[in-house]
Design a protein around this ligand. Sequence first.
Ligand code: PRX
Length: 646
Amino acid sequence: MSEKIYDVPAEWASRAFVDDAKYRQMYERSVTDPTGFWAEHAKRVDWIKAPTKIDNWSFAPGNVSIKWFEDGVLNAAYNCIDRHLDKRGDQVAIIWEGDDPSQSRSITYRELHDEVCKFANILRNRNVGKGDRVTIYLPMIPEAAFAMLACARIGAIHSVVFAGFSPDSLAGRINDCNSKIVITADEGLRGGRKVPLKANVDAALKKCEGVDWVMVVKRTGAAVEMDDVRDFWYHEAAEVVTTECPVEHMHAEDPLFILYTSGSTGQPKGVLHTTGGYLVFASMTHQYVFDYHDGDIYWCTADVGWVTGHSYILYGPLANGATTLMFEGVPNYPTNSRFWEVIDKHKVNIFYTAPTAIRALMQAGDEPVKKTSRKSLRLLGSVGEPINPEAWEWYHRVVGEDRCPIVDTWWQTETGGILITPLPGATKLKPGSATRPFFGVVPEILDPEGNVLEGECTGNLCLARSWPGQMRTVYGDHARFEQTYFSAYKGKYFTGDGCRRDTDGFYWITGRVDDVINVSGHRMGTAEVESSLVAHPKVSEAAVVGYPHDIKGQGIYAYVTLMAGEEPTEELRKELVAWVRKDIGPIASPDLIQFAPGLPKTRSGKIMRRILRKIAEDEPSSLGDTSTLADPAVVDDLVEHRQNKH
Ligand code: PRX
């Protein structure tokens, strides 16, 4: 852990919305009078009918229910677009930067209004309305934003599926929420490489009965097959609709979107977010954490396929009338200077990215950074995984030239918005620490027996109270919601993360303590990779764990036992990697596969993952007690043939 402390720069303390004294005062109020606090801050969004009931939630076992602003009525798209038109109709809402550096586009709030209305009318013409589910499988193009906001406008529930997922993964997500329409593009374009999105949808839909429509956005112009009845082109449909579309009146607790995320067991679950609380929380955190002021140019490099893209490319910034940059490409294409060149090209002031990108760029050295100006930069952000102090220091010193604070923001798909973070005008920084809770957030650290630990301590991170951006349920499976998040520690939301609190009361997230791994900031359930591997005809058993990886944070380490008579060859190893890649998507490809004649099991047949993790981490000397294993000898073989030997 780094001992270094960076004080709040004087000009930040005076200019920011919140300095340290104000943080303490607002935080105090948010936890002593949450109803009053959130009643006041709910006013930041425009309500068709203002809420009078503010908070109504219970984490009680068997009775988990979360409602915020429940009698309020509003529309999220109205808040992100229409309410800005008078004052900032001509201001740029979205700057789109293409994969190819010669392509970019600026969309004003007025243009955004017209595009979203057209998109919404196309959907309405296909009988898509309030409560219907719409699956969006698009690259990072403006139409992804139009599609999401169009759904919000008409009260449809969007489910964005990251365009890197395989046809099978897409099919599972379409079926789970019964989408009747899928929105995609002919192809995606990332780092100069084409991704066959329409073909992937065609393959997925062989497994989906309920899809009536596929809307296709032309991105690359590639020839794609179009089904006469089911498929239609967006650009053709857009020619015959108007640029006016009245907004649907939504109750605060009406669903806004579903987003699938991996857990420690089974299939990905549909995290459900609702309208009022989510929007209040996303916009408020965006304003305070990034200290967003009118006129700032703000860039979050995430993909809209992840929650970061939902809350901090789209909903938070647009609800605040911000200018938000949407980037189609990757950090190292055409060169390792790309991020910094985009910052110079669009005069970006606030830049928010993931540690994995920082580590990868750090490896390319300082020169690709230093040859750019970055004078416009004022604030840097980090999200998605723990940031190691070396990467933090490099980001601060080389990218930010020692003048830009870094907000290391901890949160999850489930939390809807940032929960633990510095505020740039208020919080001193410690490299590697997400520092202090946001307003209304009450973190608790518990030991495995469920005792709440006080003062300096290490344990499992829970949240004692609800906050407006919290997920409301797992779509279609409330019992799973309760089981996953509220059963480990009764009456509390369990995050799945380990955490340390230091003597200053600062929080340090240590990573997942469950069977979820975080690969390049992407969440992956080890169980998902295992079930993919065992579906291969030559595999009899598989166990997957994470191991430390210099760039990705964690890599995927798979132990595979083959069917009797199968040979463990290099070729088979490659075949298995390709198999998982095709089955789930490239982000799930195992980095290392060890062929294991046997796995360490207890006498009752339970795999001892603790041992597998230690071997994968190349720490064979700290395996702990192996005497309870059914066959302790398997461990010797695993240690001898470990793949991560240094
Ligand atoms: O383990 C934590 C890690 O990412 C997990 C949530 O992943 P996901 O739902 O995909 O959302 C990612 C973007 C919000 C968390 O349980 N994580 C996220 N941010 C941080 C982090 N770990 C350490 N520091 C962070 N700033």
